[in-house]
Design a binder for this molecule. Structure first.
Ligand code: FAD
Ligand code: SIN
Length: 523
């Protein structure tokens, strides 16, 4: 058993920022970060476009960024949260730069600003097309330098410890006392007792299989919080990125950043027609929900599996400088962007909902906080504005930090039982788990994708129930491993997506259901 003051689950932008701040301010306190893969593996590492924040006060303003965020969120954003996050943005980015992050600047040292869908101004701060990598690098360097942070890679958080494990009466307020964690190398499960626990466990794109997210994005934090009875909100709002590289497979797909469209790339259908202006006056830079639906519509109309992103009219030398990673990856896929159109297709990219938190990152469970993609703050509403996600992660980890400075948690005194796997046996046949995972991903793609309808959602619900029952039996009878635990978590997350989709009786932002009256694309 480990005992720590602050337990953080996840080592992306949200978790690491919080760890650094706590460690610097409380040098005598222990901060433990568990992360289920290599320390850098996260959605953060793959972020391309950048971080949206207002730096150019001549052309841009906080008000303009606020308005773009509200329009994208289609009436469901919390205005006070939007206001707070956007006004905090520049401070958080300056802090990252003070910690060593390099963002692109011009010859005068002024930050270069990119533009993405839904933004009416240039305001995206970036490091070429690998902004997330640069942020992750900066944060890990700082974490590794701080002696009171214990970073545990290849440690998988299985479940939060709450009163339920301690046999505390159901009528008492639910509190969190830490987590059960699997050492993925030794296979041992142990207890981490903590005064305060923060979920910074990222997204869930893997629930769909076809996604821009890496394999770690299985929604574990949301599933753990849900099982612990925290409030989970807005799970129907899955953001599909319009332009993942079409490679014919249903697994993780390489992203072609929206910033490439911000740079002037055009979307064309199989006949070479530029179609986006038929759907929205902002053309290729309409918000993502609109562009993704337009692409699905074009693909259905002509019975094809992808559309194309055309860069051939652009200054290719400049494009290479801005997007070296995208340029190279296309070349590796035999696509020379100077003369070939890039085949693209929408893919699951981002979860706008998640664990409900207040303005200080507090969940509905005592001593449990959440920040970053696993949380629902009210910033994104029904559809996230591009590059507002890293911004949210940075701002909310700082909010949690400020709250904990003012309200330090008291030492956890409860006796925590060890993980109990008595009577369970080693699971044989991992292919069985892979088969179930494939089944889950297929049903989510088929029945809960960009365009949904109630019949499909009900079918998905029935199939999922069967999968849930079979997986619960495996869970109860066998020693837990990462694959089984992730499958269980993805099933919980899929359940939340389907049930919350069925409850939404209208079309809004990223949620589109054919059974409701709003027109296919834009009213
Ligand atoms: P993550 O960075 O995903 O970190 C989650 C961490 O939790 C990981 O370390 C993971 O291993 C760990 N973890 C998960 N489950 C467990 C568990 N059970 N036990 C232990 N550890 C666990 N947003 C922008 O704002 N701008 C962009 O340009 C941008 N581009 C993107 C490009 C791509 C390809 C992708 C996939 C996303 C992009 N996003 C972008 C979204 C953004 O990157 C993420 O929303 C953001 O990085 C989330 O940060 P996070 O710290 O909340 O989670
Ligand atoms: C991109 O670069 O297109 C992704 C930006 C984001 O998800 O915010």
């Amino acid at each position: 058993m480990m005992d720590t003051h602050f337990l953080i689950i996840g080592s992306g932008a949200a978790g690491l920022t919080l760890a650094v701040k706590l460690a610097e301010t409380f040098p005598k306190k222990k901060i433990t970060v568990v992360t289920k893969s290599d320390e850098a593996e996260s959605n953060t590492k793959y972020a391309q476009g950048g971080v949206a924040a207002v730096f150019d006060l001549r052309e841009d303003s906080f008000q303009k960024h606020i308005e773009d965020t509200l329009i994208s969120g289609d009436g469901l954003c919390d205005k006070a949260v939007v206001n707070m996050v956007i006004k905090n943005g520049p401070k958080r980015l300056r802090e990252l730069m003070d910690w060593g992050a390099n963002f692109d600047t011009d010859a005068d040292g002024k930050l270069k600003l990119g533009r993405e869908g839904g933004h009416l101004e240039f305001r995206v701060i970036h490091h070429k097309d690998s902004t997330g990598y640069e942020i992750e690098r900066t944060l890990l360097a700082r974490v590794n330098y701080l002696k009171n942070i214990t970073l545990l890679p290849h440690h998988f958080a299985i479940d939060l410890i709450t009163g339920h494990h301690l046999s505390i009466s159901k009528s008492e307020e639910i509190s969190c006392y830490g987590a059960y964690v699997l050492d993925q190398i030794s296979g041992a499960i142990f207890t981490i007792k903590a005064d305060c626990t923060t979920l910074a466990s990222g997204g869930m794109g893997q629930v769909y299989g076809h996604t821009t997210n890496p394999v770690v994005a299985t929604g574990d934090g949301i599933a753990m919080a849900y099982r612990a009875k925290a409030r989970i909100k807005n799970m129907e709002f899955i953001q599909f990125h319009p332009t993942a590289l079409y490679d014919g497979n249903n697994g993780a797909s390489f992203l072609i950043s929206e910033a490439v469209r911000g740079f002037g790339a055009l979307l064309r259908n199989k006949n070479g027609e530029r179609f986006m202006l038929n759907y929205d006056e902002r053309g290729e830079l309409a918000s993502r929900d609109i562009v993704s639906r337009a692409i699905v519509f074009e693909m259905k109309k002509s019975g094809v599996d992808c559309v194309y992103l055309d860069c051939t009219h652009l200054d290719i030398e400049e494009l290479k400088k801005h997007f070296p990673n995208i340029y190279q990856t296309c070349l590796q896929n035999d696509i020379n962007v100077a003369k070939d159109w890039i085949p693209v297709v929408p893919a699951a990219h981002y979860l706008c909902g998640g664990i409900e938190v207040d303005k200080n990152g507090k969940t509905s469970i005592k001593n449990l906080f959440a920040c970053g993609e696993c949380s629902y703050t009210g910033l994104h509403g029904a559809n996230r504005l591009a590059s507002n996600s890293l911004l949210e992660a940075l701002v909310y980890s700082n909010r949690i930090f400020n709250y904990l400075c003012k309200h330090p948690p008291s030492r956890a005194t409860k006796t925590i039982p060890e993980w109990n796997d008595e009577g369970t046996v080693l699971l044989r046949g991992p292919e069985n788990l892979q088969q179930k995972t494939d089944e889950l991903q297929q049903l989510m793609r088929r029945f809960a994708g960009v365009v949904r309808n109630n019949d499909d959602l009900k079918k998905a619900s029935l199939q999922l129930e069967k999968l849930y029952n079979e997986t619960e039996i495996l869970y109860q009878k066998h020693n837990l491993n990462t694959t089984l635990s992730q499958l269980r978590n993805m099933i919980n997350v899929a359940y939340l997506i389907i049930q919350q989709s069925l409850k939404r009786k209208e079309n809004r932002g990223g949620y589109y259901n054919e059974d409701y009256t709003k027109k296919y694309l834009k009213e």
